[in-house]
Write a protein that binds this ligand. Structure first.
Ligand code: KG4
Ligand code: ZN
Length: 337
């Protein structure tokens, strides 16, 4: 079964054709990074306009690359939540137009579910149940994935996402957008113990996260140094904040896996590309005898192949949207459209 997938939740317009939830026949991404870089972050209105310009052309490209026409497509999957509302609406409306014109079933997909599904494309033998750590620009979730469409949230961030903390730290240190990626690169040779960072816990909620204190610590330290005419070592500060964020992520995942009895751990979301997180989670899993699954690097960030993978499993579970489907800026991962 072939799914045509569409993703436009943030600053990548992406389309793909995926077979049976596991095989990527094509995957096209029109990135807007260069334009948002001028502003130091994503400008939502610009994102929507660029999606509107790109979406038709890259859909044709995805079909061409897959050697398909719309006749070969069995369903259309689209990211409908969560994300930037104007950006999501471009993809949702385009998908509805295609579904209407070609009389195809329309399948709404939750963005974080699709990030988890990027692992089904990388590890063909991966099947639920497992424990997933979903770390993106806007979300940090520890989730029990009980089946392909059944989720239970064990922990989440009380304030900033891990990606937000890395992005803002990078910006404060003068690194260009996209911050997390550049911070990872610049911090490679830094000393992670150079700055004594806070180690945030959420009282009474052992699996929840809090990253706003770490972000504020970086901002305050950099500003204090500037006022005193001192320079901050970017590599050392970068390595210290990455180390602090990753320590929280790995500790909570390890605790949850032991408490809830999971031996399969899955990483997902843009921050799962972080080299320190990948290495430290690997150590943790080896130490505990857990099996670790991570998306290949090109599937960590936003793409439509992962939407096609999750869309297939949503379709198999009977999930469909009608032509009055709306986008939602926020939506819990365990809720249905
Ligand atoms: O999943 P994603 O592409 O978009 C959202 O759904 O938010 O995640 C984007 C986040 C950004 O915060 C970006 O800085 C971060 O992923 N990111 C990284 C790395 N690559 C991307 N963070 C840390 N290290 C990286 N190598
Ligand atoms: Zn994402």
């Amino acid at each position: 079964m072939k799914v045509l997938a569409i993703e436009s939740s943030c600053d990548e317009t992406a389309t793909a054709v995926v077979e049976d939830g596991r095989v990527v026949l094509s995957s096209v991404i029109a990135s807007q990074v260069e334009e948002h870089k001028l502003y130091g972050g994503v400008v939502p209105e610009i994102a929507s306009r660029r999606h509107a310009e790109a979406i038709s052309k890259i859909t044709a490209q995805a079909l061409l690359d897959a050697g398909c026409t719309m006749d070969d497509i069995d369903a259309i999957a689209v990211t409908a939540a969560p994300g930037l509302i104007g950006a999501l609406l471009v993809g949702v409306n385009f998908a509805k137009g295609l579904a209407l014109k070609y009389d195809k079933p329309l399948v709404p997909v939750h963005h974080l579910r699709s990030h988890i599904a990027s692992n089904y494309l990388t590890s063909l033998d991966l099947e639920p149940p497992f424990l997933a750590l979903v770390v993106s620009g806007g979300h940090t979730h520890l989730v029990e994935v009980k089946s392909y469409t059944d989720y239970n949230i064990i922990g989440c961030t009380r304030d900033d996402a891990a990606g937000e903390c890395m992005d803002k730290s990078a910006r404060t240190l003068g690194l260009p957008y996209p911050g997390g990626l550049n911070l990872d690169r610049e911090a490679k040779d830094g000393n992670p113990q150079a700055y004594k960072m806070p180690h945030p816990h959420v009282e009474g909620a052992p699996y929840d996260f809090s990253f706003s204190g770490l972000k504020t610590f970086v901002i305050n330290t950099v500003h204090n140094c500037e006022q005193k005419g001192e320079t901050v070592d970017v590599a050392d500060m970068g390595a210290s904040v990455i180390n602090a964020v990753v320590t929280c992520l790995v500790e909570n995942t390890e605790k949850a896996a032991k408490e809830f009895g999971y031996k399969k751990i899955v990483l997902a979301g843009g921050v799962s590309a972080n080299s320190v997180l990948r290495a430290r989670m690997d150590d943790c899993c080896k130490r505990n005898g857990f099996e670790l699954f991570m998306p290949e690097l090109k599937l960590c960030g936003d793409n439509a192949a992962m939407v096609g993978a999750q869309g297939y499993y949503e379709f198999m579970a009977g999930r469909r949207a009608s032509l009055d489907l709306n986008a939602r800026a926020t939506m819990p991962i365990n809720e249905e459209f």
